[in-house]
Write a protein that binds this ligand. Sequence first.
Ligand code: ATP
Length: 236
Amino acid sequence: MSTLLELRDVHARYGSLRALHGIDLQVAEGETVALLGANGAGKTTTLRCVSGLVTTTGEIAYDGRRLSGHTPEEVARLGVAHVPQGRGTFTGLNVEDNLRVGAITRSGRGVGAEIARWYETFPRLGERRRQLAGSLSGGEQQMLAIARALMMRPKLLLLDEPSLGLAPLVVADLFAALVEIRRSTGTAVLVVEQNARLALGFADRAYVVEAGHIVLSGEADRLAGEDRIREAYLGG
Ligand code: ATP
């Protein structure tokens, strides 16, 4: 598998606060990679660096080009879709219009068929196509945010805490859909997830972030068996 995304010695700061101290990570084409770590470790910031939402030093390479210095709009046009924490739907638009906005970077052809396709994956969205996004449940909003991101036909999907605040059954449905999406589209995924068990079950590989550093990385199966991970993230 060839490398799709590579961060080399990436640093980021918010004013005087240094949030990332030299992050190195890679995501191969079609691969699913999880970022684990405590609150405030720098996981969200890492995703924001890739999307061009935070100014960085170091190298970010994506699909054979340098990403550093690109605006968020340019990064999105290059095929990186970011679903931020807290969903990020247009609450005043209905479900279908949210999905149409997702396709705005593309020509209009095939948009209707693609919307129908995501309604198959997420039937609850199809049933609520005329409902305002702001009136959807948390799980439905997360599904909509993901479906909207997929309307861009991304090569790389950045997911920030998709399970946050959702009931266990909703989380199970959502991740089952994500597994199907990954299989059918081949989209690479970089996911930040507090639920380490869920993340390690879903991802091919994972990185553990602590205080702005990567402290551990490897195959998800192997990490799930490591004492350090079990004690810190899997409840012993
Ligand atoms: P969480 O799981 O709580 O979202 P995280 O690992 O995603 O944590 P980040 O959100 O990346 O962590 O935050 C990394 C550090 O940067 C933290 O110390 C945080 O307080 C700080 N930080 C994040 N966003 C900002 C901001 N907009 N302004 C100032 N400091 C920020």
